[in-house]
Ligand binder design. Structure first.
Ligand code: MOS
Length: 732
């Protein structure tokens, strides 16, 4: 029998690649309709106070302007906080655009100008005059440190006796690190195109990571039945967490569409992309105590993050310090300080990307104090079990990450002495760090359908935010159904499809992939049963040996026309599956790991830093598509370099607003900043995490990178920079 190669594990090109490179892929703000109106948001210029007057006379006088909405004339909305909560809400009272006269942060939307063209709307927006009663604000985390409270998070309980062991340790590190505010800055700005249909139903193209989350939100906020709201997100131009929650352009566009009974689009400007969630600034205090042989005796990690006055944004910043290494005496604390700012938001590897900066820089400092190789220090303290949960890992090939990463990098040639390696006037630094992220799984559903020509269509209401979901789901479906990838189509980005969680948390392959696999497998079994009825010789084989191609089902020597198998089913065969995480996961901790090795070149006179080489070795279970997975790690590494050296949203605390709210002044790496990046996926077999054995790779790529860069800068220069980003003024 001619067994086709399983599409799982193949480096398939993106199935949506051609649509994207030929410009046929439409994004939320690109759907046309005759008569479509355009909304432009007018933002607050103060950080705190009340709106005393909004003068819209001049704006309304502009020909082509249809309406100006503000808190006084907006349509009636839900009046309870719960109605504004969504699948990624923080604790507290969610932001409601145009709710009342209160200004809670600089950049808050205070009015929406709706006009026949976007240009007219923006121009008219500039004519809206807003008067305020200004109140004193605080936007500086440093100044607000005293006003913090415990984050509403369940932290692992302290274990052992941190204070006593830290005090008694042969060697200690006691260091403070800080990280700045960062913004997601996806290429595609947030946009919602609301098509108002006859009968008042809404078809909405939204920039989101979860169409059903937006559908549910609109249902609650506006009291519209769900079957009258369809939210679509066929293509998303990057999100990184910025599309986890419905953003304010969505309710504003819907408000205008309902009020006018017309189709409306609201697109945020690049500057307005800095007027909602972001990665919060943190202050971290790390205390590590070790015995002379390098064994960790005490780990203490305290973090303070900023939040808004209306919600307590909470992420996992310090938990990693209780699990990445073996230690019996651990104390973790995580506090929040409310400021006059918008609520932070999950951003790629939320929490871990921050907490691992503190932990992995402190581990490097400890290695230096011990005069021990940093990889060796990590091996000595390798944790077989997750100390926070006291559970074994379903798999943890982190040792292989260290070994294969170090080998590829040439780590053994490192002279441990700072400032000992140079090329001309460039000081060379080699640094490393480890990374960790959760391998979660959420309930998800999928539907599989096959027609008489053998075309398989599988669907679920997830999204593809650039991660490759269209492609990997196509592979998973094809493999499970016994159909070629060419005959397989995966549909997503539509709230009317079977239930899927938000695309995020690196759990899409494990969650939606499991549902897709189960639905496709169930479809194959049904087809096998039907074939066995028609031809009893099929019944002698197994469903998983049967393939479908060219309009036939085949099993060994036997084949049957699909039309015959589907005889009584002119519409083809369909199966829907609701998949839950396997119970056997519960006895284990599940996580992805990485080891990152970095080479920097620091100009001795100028202090300029260039990252010439990165090796990232990742343990993430079985990789469904090495090409897509590598792209995820490449993107994460590049972002990590930005976190290390460039990214920082700077505030003018006198005005209480961000200053560099544009891509010209918010620095991220460009091609010329990026040297060689080598990605390794180590072998990791895991039959517990899910049937695919895949843990997800969306986030692990960024974790640890910034620490590895800072550690390399220390090795190059002998200068320890603990205030991120590591810019040349801090190095000199
Ligand atoms: Mo990710 S921050 O869960 O989109």
């Amino acid at each position: 029998m001619n067994t086709p190669v399983s599409p799982l594990g193949q480096a398939l090109d993106r199935v949506d690649g051609k649509l994207k490179v030929t410009g046929q892929a439409r994004y939320a703000g690109e759907y046309p309709e005759a008569g479509l109106l355009h909304g432009s948001v007018v933002s607050s210029t103060i950080a705190r106070g009340r709106v005393t007057h909004i003068d819209i006379t001049d704006a309304l006088r502009v020909p082509g302007v249809v309406m100006v909405l503000d808190h006084k004339n907006r349509p009636k909305l839900a009046s309870y906080d719960e109605d504004y909560e969504d699948a990624d809400s923080a604790d507290g009272s969610p932001f409601r655009p145009l709710y009342n006269d209160r200004v809670m942060y600089s950049g808050q939307p205070l009015a929406l100008v709706v006009a026949e063209t976007l240009e007219l709307a923006r121009y008219a927006g500039s004519l809206v005059r807003i008067e305020y009663r200004v109140e004193a604000h605080e936007t500086d985390l440093l100044a607000a440190q005293g006003d913090s409270h415990a984050a509403p998070a369940e932290l692992p309980k302290p274990r052992g006796n941190f204070q006593a062991e830290f005090a008694a340790s042969a060697l200690t590190v006691d260091a403070h690190y800080s990280t700045p505010v960062e913004h997601h800055n996806p290429m595609e700005p947030h946009a919602s195109t609301v098509f108002y249909k006859d009968g008042g139903s809404l078809q909405i193209h939204d920039k989101t990571q979860g169409p059903q989350n937006c559908q549910d939100y609109l249902h609650k906020v506006f009291g519209i039945e769900k079957d009258k709201i369809q939210v679509l997100a066929a293509f998303v131009g990057g999100a990184f967490g910025s599309g986890l929650r419905p953003q304010y352009q969505l309710p504003l566009a819907v408000m205008a569409a309902l009020e006018l009974k017309r189709s409306v689009r609201v697109t945020l400007t690049r500057q307005q992309m800095f007027t909602f969630g972001y990665r919060p600034r943190t202050l971290q205090h790390l205390r590590l105590g070790a015995a002379a042989n390098g064994r960790l005796m005490a780990v203490g990690h305290e973090a303070l993050g900023q939040t808004s006055r209306f919600e307590d944004f909470t992420e996992h910043v310090v938990e990693w310090s209780g699990m990445l290494y073996q230690c019996d005496n651990v104390e973790l604390s995580y506090k929040l300080a409310p400021l006059d700012v918008y609520t932070p938001l999950d951003m790629r590897a939320p929490g871990a990307a921050l907490g691992l900066i503190g932990l992995e820089c402190a581990m490097d400092e400890l290695a230096c104090a011990l005069a021990m190789d940093p990889v060796q220090l990590r091996l000595i303290n390798f944790a077989e079990r997750n100390g926070n949960e006291d559970k074994p890992y379903s798999s943890k090939e982190l040792r292989a990450c260290y070994a294969e990463g170090a080998e590829r990098f040439g780590w053994t040639r490192r002279n441990p002495e700072p400032r000992s390696m140079r090329e001309g006037r460039q000081l060379i630094g080699w640094g490393m760090a480890g990374g960790v992220w959760e391998a979660m799984q959420m309930p998800a559903s999928a539907k599989a359908h096959i027609d008489a020509h053998g075309k398989l269509t599988v669907s679920s209401a997830t999204t593809d935010i650039g991660t490759g979901t269209y492609t990997v789901m196509t592979q998973i479906a094809a493999a499970a159904a016994g159909v070629s990838v060419d005959d397989t189509t995966f549909q997503l980005g539509d709230s009317s499809l079977p239930t899927a969680p938000l695309q995020g948390g690196s759990f899409t392959v494990s969650s939606v992939g499991t549902a897709v696999q189960q639905a496709s497998k169930a479809l194959r079994e049904k087809l096998f049963e039907a074939a066995s009825q028609v031809d009893p010789q099929f019944a002698e084989g197994r469903a998983d040996q049967m393939t479908v191609a060219e309009g036939y089902v085949r099993l060994g020597e036997h084949q049957l026309a699909l039309s015959e198998v589907l005889g009584g089913l002119p519409n083809g065969l369909q199966v829907q599956i609701d998949a839950e995480p396997d119970k056997k996961r519960e006895a284990y901790s599940t996580a992805t790991h990485s080891a990152v090795f970095v080479e920097v070149q620091v100009d001795e006179d100028l202090g300029s830093i260039r990252v010439s080489r990165v090796v990232s070795a990742v343990a993430a279970g079985r990789v469904v598509n090495p090409k897509m997975a590598r792209s995820q790690i490449l993107g994460g590494v590049v972002w990590g370099l930005g976190m290390a050296l460039q990214e920082e949203t700077q505030s003018d605390h006198n005005l209480g607003r961000f200053m560099n709210h544009s891509l010209a002044e918010y620095h991220i790496p460009v091609n010329a900043d990026i040297g060689d990046i080598d990605v390794i996926f180590v072998e990791e077999d895991d039959d517990i995490v899910n049937a695919l054995g895949s843990k997800g790779v969306g986030e692990i790529g960024i974790v640890g990178v910034a620490a590895a860069v800072a550690n390399a800068v220390y090795h190059a220069t002998g200068k320890r920079v603990r205030d991120f980003p590591v810019t040349l003024d801090k190095v000199l």
